[in-house]
Design a protein around this ligand. Sequence first.
Ligand SMILES: Nc1nc2c(c(=O)[nH]1)N[C@H]1C(S)=C(S)[C@@H](COP(=O)(O)OP(=O)(O)OC[C@H]3O[C@@H](n4cnc5c(N)ncnc54)[C@H](O)[C@@H]3O)O[C@H]1N2
Ligand code: MOO
Length: 400
Amino acid sequence: MSARSVEEHAAHISGLLTGLHTLSPSAVPTAEALGRITCSDIASPVDLPLFRNSQMDGYAVDAASVASVPTTLTVRGVIAAGSGKPPKHLPGSAFRIMTGAPLPEGADAVVPVEDTTGVTEHVVTIERGRSVGEFVRERGSDITTGMLLVTAGTHLEPRHIAALSAVGLASLDTYTKPRVAIITTGAELKSAGTTLEPGEIYDSNGPALATLAEANGADVVSVARSSDDPAEFRELLSYATSVADLVFTSGGVSMGDFEVVKETLTPLGAHFGHVAMQPGGPQGTAVVNEVPVLSFPGNPVSTMVSFEVFARGELRRAAGLPEIPRERLPLTAQLRSVDGKRQFLRARRTADGIELVAGPGSHLVAAMAWADVLIDVPAAVTELGAGDLVDVLPLSASSI
Ligand SMILES: Nc1nc2c(c(=O)[nH]1)N[C@H]1C(S)=C(S)[C@@H](COP(=O)(O)OP(=O)(O)OC[C@H]3O[C@@H](n4cnc5c(N)ncnc54)[C@H](O)[C@@H]3O)O[C@H]1N2
Ligand code: MOO
């Protein structure tokens, strides 16, 4: 069977994942919406400030009565923030007023307490006049009812949560995070922190896929590990497809004797084959219990590159996150590539351009950590020179 191109495989995956893009929005309490993405424009239901109020601790006056100073005014009472409907102002008098307290109807300026002397409970001497509007926060001077407060697609930060709370919105419609389950496979795998027997290795694909999915907007609902026993894998798969919108598996897709993923999924109608790319050649896809399953090859770099190439964009779009654009940058040195396979080479940005960090080996997990981009070399290109412009794929950042 001939190898699929990257584009063909990506299109096939896109077709399998259409359900991810029609998840209904989630209503989330505003106070818990940090990091969520709004799925519609949000207009303010109220004016902000909600009412005319004082910007200073001082005296509410009418500017005309303090036009010539010093002048002594009768103090008719004290208005605190939260003290209810304000009294009426009478020209030639004042109310002692606190910051945020509603301005008496008819008052049009506030004289800060620092500009007064001779204060008693009943009188105050104004030493400095204030003009109309000074230290008065008008109703709606921040935002008026119906004005757009936050646009669709906003990645909510604390400052957005503050404004949305200030206008009294208790919950928000946000993109539903696609639920992702991960199953890594291989009898040799153990968790970091445990003692290894000869031949065993630490599982890096589980943590890699979980954090890649999370960093790209998913809600990772399960991370499990299977031995090469088909019964165990089937059981984990059955659970994964019952809790997730999308399942990733790693390993067990190639030509060995214990390819548990391939063996289990093939009878269920899965597609396994080669994609003309490196790393990430052997790939599988299936739909189990109506849930799409993407089966990536087990080599650590192959798994991560497969995610970056086939899953990142789909997950980000489903989660309402912006696309991470490709860039075109110059190479610092010559490179060679295999004919007929699209290469995704680990590289990093330098002041002079893009520099390779490792050879093509898909077990080179430390080199992957030092990379911040993948160079995307077309299948037909076998050699590039220093200074040549190449397409690069920025690698998933640690936060969305
Ligand atoms: N005869 C052939 N052999 C292989 C071919 C081939 O075409 N013909 N393809 C090679 C390529 S390319 C890849 S990629 C791998 C894919 O193999 P599998 O998906 O079946 O993966 P495994 O055999 O299970 O593991 C491969 C490698 O990766 C290590 N691994 C697996 N899972 C993890 C994990 N969760 N964390 C860390 N490391 C993991 C595993 O120990 C193996 O070293 O097949 C080639 N062979
Ligand atoms: O295609 Mo494999 O992913 O190169 O190691």
